[in-house]
Design a protein around this ligand. Sequence first.
Ligand code: 13P
Ligand code: ZN
Length: 285
Amino acid sequence: MLVHIKDIVKKAEKGKYAVGAFNVHNIESVLGIAQAAVRAHSPAIIQVSESTIEYMGVKPITHIVSTAAKNIAAKVPIALHLDHGKSFHSVSECINAGFSSVHIDASEFPLDENISLTKNVVSVAHAKNVWVQGEVGAIVGGHGQVSGFVKGIQLAKLEDVIEFVRATHVDTIAAAVGTAHGVFKNEDIRFALLKKIVEKTKKTPFVLHGGSGIDDLKIKRAIREGVRIINIGTDIKVAFSKTLIRNCIKNKKETDPRHLLKPTIKAVENVVYKKMRVFGSAGKA
Ligand code: 13P
Ligand code: ZN
């Protein structure tokens, strides 16, 4: 069922587990996540990036997610969230479309500009009962990249995160703590920084970006430190694309797109199901 993100996150806070925020790119990834949520009996956040909106249109993706939540995942809570909204325009588009949460990512700007843009979004979003995620310290990398080292991982400054949360009243907070978008050898979680941020911003659930490529033990430790949402994008892209490529090579003469695409739904389901078990959200729906 489609619910407000706060219902999912508040329960995760109480139960001290994390909920996956899974990026979708097409209808197959939505179906795979919905099926995983049912199989794991787990809540899930389905998140849409600006590039997915560009690809499918905000209305089609909103309706696809809502329909999957209502019909496939009727008995488990699913929330719809905008991931890395870069402008007031895209955030407003999603608020108007019925998302219950939006991420305004102005982390590349100086702190005062980040605060000011985020505050504007918070005032518009809260008036419509929509949650806002803010971000301090840009998270580098590229979704879908899966090898080598990434340059320029920077860490958010603790004082900046405290000031940002205090000034903006965001509902969830993302900050650069050593992970990157994609899977890289040099990404990691700086636990000392994460711990301090969580301690000082206790009432604002922490969102870990760049969840792909971080080993399960570290993810579990981050959850013990208080992480409540974990973003997973690259692992879903990779599962989808590898399966599709393999299936196309094996069935070069196939002309029915459904036969070519069907295994990708299961591949996404399997990846997401495993994450739900690691995050502790399995069985919590
Ligand atoms: P990964 O692609 O590393 O899983 O990161 C996802 C993410 O942070 C989406 O905002
Ligand atoms: Zn991210």
